[in-house]
Design a protein around this ligand. Structure first.
Ligand SMILES: [Zn+2]
Length: 373
């Protein structure tokens, strides 16, 4: 049922230049490089699968692979059946042990929707989520995804992705003002064929095991402690702490190189970031982007949220309308701290970070409801 040419999305092709060169679709892989994940070892028993470059059109959440004695624990599952199938291949390239559990860090589809492929490979794997995240998955994702493979869903999803890419081509890509933005959009558009080929087979699988505050997945060498530290990016974000490795998996509470701050809980996010900071990690794995080996990025993120609150709250309380806020505030230092002079990263800093954060801070200041509508 997969379309012709789907061989090009085989993750095995990413594992070596020789294999890639044998593939008929090598050019499509080259064009879609920003979309594909690569494996990075962050400690003796922890690997991270992450998109190769900062990628914003077609995001796939990081998957963390934790090796226990009896098997592997994954944190997050990819964004589609096809991306899940590549995760399976990458995991098998790291260890021959079976996957025994998949922890979902939060309800967003780019961390959930590859479960179908992962459970097809390891049917015994237990799917675990914090109880609010599990409730959000069950309430929100069935509106977007079928509960079993569905030809009509796949047709409609491919049609809407094709339309979205056509809009980008005529819109943002054509109107880009800088070389950095033009190159960024070109790279994003290059992933189109891989992304369409990932759609078939995608369907929703719900978490079977839930917990409220904490859950330990025991192991003689590599226990994994799951903790809910409070609302942050969503109302059910979980971090995974692997004390023997001194690795903390943060989910989308931390996203690098620019944050995702869409429909967040600003006060709770500040408190949760402070709790994250106190965990004695040597490596923190973000929900997207590159693992960090110090606390500098965390501090930059906390400073951004505090600065936005300091400027936006008084204006909100003084009755300034939301659409006048950007013109009456200045966050040049914060933007420069995240993106330097890179106009492509600057576009996404504004679109996924600063502007939605301003809106959430504004709503919180006025006591309005937070989170997804
Ligand atoms: Zn995400």
């Amino acid at each position: 049922m997969r379309p012709a040419g789907v061989v090009i999305v085989s993750g095995a092709l990413m594992l070596g230049a020789a294999a890639a060169a044998r593939a008929q679709g090598a050019t499509a892989i080259e064009r879609g490089r920003v979309y594909l994940q690569v494996a990075e070892r962050v400690s003796p028993r922890v690997h991270v699968l992450r998109q190769r470059q900062p990628n914003f059109a077609g995001v796939v959440g990081n998957t963390t692979v934790i090796e226990q004695n009896a098997g592997l624990v994954l944190v997050d599952a990819g964004a589609s059946h096809g991306s899940g199938a590549r995760i399976v291949e990458l995991v098998r390239s790291i260890s021959r042990k079976p996957v025994t559990a998949v922890v979902i860090s939060h309800w967003h589809g780019d961390h959930v929707m590859g479960l179908s492929a992962i459970l097809a490979a390891w049917p015994g794997a237990e799917v675990i989520a914090q109880e609010q995240a599990a409730a959000d998955i069950a309430a929100r994702l069935p509106r977007l995804f079928p509960s079993a493979p569905s030809a009509s869903y796949e047709r409609e999803r491919i049609r809407s992705l094709e339309a979205a890419y056509a809009d980008i081509e005529k819109g943002q890509a054509a109107q880009a003002k800088t070389d950095a933005e033009r190159a960024g959009w070109r790279a994003a558009l290059g992933a189109r064929d891989l992304r369409l080929a990932d759609v078939p087979g995608t369907h929703l699988i719900l978490a079977k095991r839930t917990f409220r505050d904490s859950l330990t997945l025991p192991d003689a060498t590599t226990p994994v402690e799951l903790r809910f530290l409070g609302r942050a990016n969503t109302s059910g974000d979980v971090v995974a702490w692997i004390p023997s490795e001194r690795v903390l998996v943060a989910g989308d509470i931390v996203v690098e190189p620019t944050p995702y701050l869409i429909q967040v809980y600003p006060s709770d996010l500040i408190a949760t970031l402070a709790s994250v900071r106190q965990i004695p990690f040597d490596v923190i794995v973000p929900g997207h982007g590159t693992p960090q080996r110090d606390r500098a990025y965390l501090d930059k993120l906390a400073a951004l949220i505090r600065t936005v609150r300091a400027q936006v709250e008084p204006l909100a309380k003084a009755g300034v309308p939301l659409d006048s806020i950007p013109a009456r505030t200045r966050f040049d230092d914060q933007r420069a701290a995240f993106v330097g002079s890179d106009a492509w990263l600057g576009y996404w800093f504004d679109a996924y970070g600063l502007m939605p954060l301003i809106e959430s801070v504004y709503n919180e200041a006025l006591g309005r409801p937070l989170g997804p509508s």
